[in-house]
Design a protein around this ligand. Structure first.
Ligand code: MRU
Length: 362
């Protein structure tokens, strides 16, 4: 993506080939800054504080975290400890475990002296795979968008949270079809859910769409049902943090309510995801996907930037009221029209996923 006249990915290596650079997403849309990750601890901190976020990007950052650990100490104990520390940062997105397991298996089977080099190469490979997967998701999803057009007006697409290039290495999952179709000339308008409490839609998705010059409107989270009842949404496309082999989809809190509203109004509800987001070990998402619970302060307070650009926080709730902050919810597969993957679009079922990925999942 192009920012301030320069092409960026969300994560890249320093010219020394060791340290890692990321975009600090906590400052967006007001302040574009990058951070340097010089150690495994830095990588874990960046994931925990949501300096980087989004399932695929968390996975790639985790992989580089193991590489940073292997560079300073390639012993079995250090690799195991990096794996455990990085895995403990955020529980829901399965891409993190997928990437960490991949690095650990590779490194523990290799001679100690070769581990650091192998780790950086594997992390870079995961990053490149993610870019290729997102580009393919973009191509397959764009076909659906073109087909959704039924009159001369714009195609109205609703999305939740941020599943754009900031959530991946580049392109995004749910936004990749939008960018691809828009570049192919489709007249698109995006309804952007603000996505309380961290407002990834209002801050990050809007920032991306503005940069790509895709017409969009930010709406309060609860507006989606109303928009669908009035025929103002042709298609919903969201991302996923973990998809079960049976097609249940876990995504940012509030996604489930959008799926229910889409179901009630006959609006197609698609989920875009790379295969690294599929957890083949589980089928029942409501029962088996761990849902991150974050600090209640994200609910009781709203944060942003003041006129001088400094961070500010405003309390919304009365002192003494309890609050809880569930980060994700699960949309059962019966409400999902289809999964847009890097190998094509399939039904949100075990047969659908295994049909596209017979080589994965054991
Ligand atoms: O808490 P976040 O911002 O990491 O949550 C991100 C999402 O819920 C995205 O929709 C999901 O990771 C899919 S990203 C391609």
């Amino acid at each position: 993506m192009r920012i301030n006249g320069r092409d960026y990915r969300t994560i890249w290596l320093d010219s020394d080939g060791r340290r890692v650079h990321v975009i600090d997403q906590t400052g967006l849309p007001h302040r574009f800054e990058t951070r340097t990750l010089a150690s495994c601890e830095d990588a874990a901190e960046a994931i925990r504080t949501m300096t980087v976020r989004g399932a695929p990007l968390i996975g790639v950052t985790g992989a580089y975290g193991v590489a940073l650990a292997a560079w300073s100490d390639p012993s079995d104990a250090a690799i195991e400890s990096a794996h455990a520390a990085l895995l403990a940062t955020r529980p829901t997105a399965v891409n993190l475990r997928w990437a960490l397991d991949r690095l650990r298996a590779l490194l523990l089977a290799a001679p100690v002296s070769a581990r650091a080099g192998l780790a950086y190469a594997e992390a870079a490979k995961i990053a490149e795979e993610d870019v290729a997967a997102c580009q393919a998701i973009g191509r397959f999803g764009a076909e659906l968008i073109h087909k959704a057009r039924c009159d001369d007006g714009p195609i109205n697409i609703l999305t939740h949270c941020n599943a754009g290039w900031l959530a991946t290495v580049d392109w995004g999952t749910a936004l990749a079809p939008i960018y691809t179709a828009a570049r192919q000339g489709a007249p698109i308008h995006v309804w952007v859910d603000e996505t309380r409490p961290r407002n990834q839609g209002a801050s990050l998705t809007a920032f991306e769409l503005l940069g790509e010059e895709v017409p969009h409107t930010i709406v309060a989270d609860n507006a989606g049902g109303h928009l669908m009842q009035h025929g103002l949404v042709d298609l919903v496309i969201v991302g996923s943090d973990r998809t079960t082999r049976a097609g249940d989809v876990c995504n940012k809190i509030g996604t489930y309510l959008k799926a229910l509203a889409a179901h009630d109004n006959g609006v197609p509800f698609y989920v875009a995801l790379p295969s690294s987001t599929v957890d083949w070990r589980i089928a029942d998402g409501v029962r088996d996907i761990p849902i991150e619970e974050r600090s209640a302060r994200e609910v009781t307070h709203i944060s942003g930037r003041g006129a001088d650009g400094a961070p500010i926080e405003i309390q919304l709730t009365p002192d003494g009221s309890a609050a809880r902050n569930f980060g994700f919810d699960v949309t059962p597969s019966r409400f999902v029209t289809g999964l847009i993957t890097e190998r094509g679009v399939c039904a949100a079922t075990e047969e659908g996923l295994r049909g596209l990925f017979p080589d994965l999942g054991g």
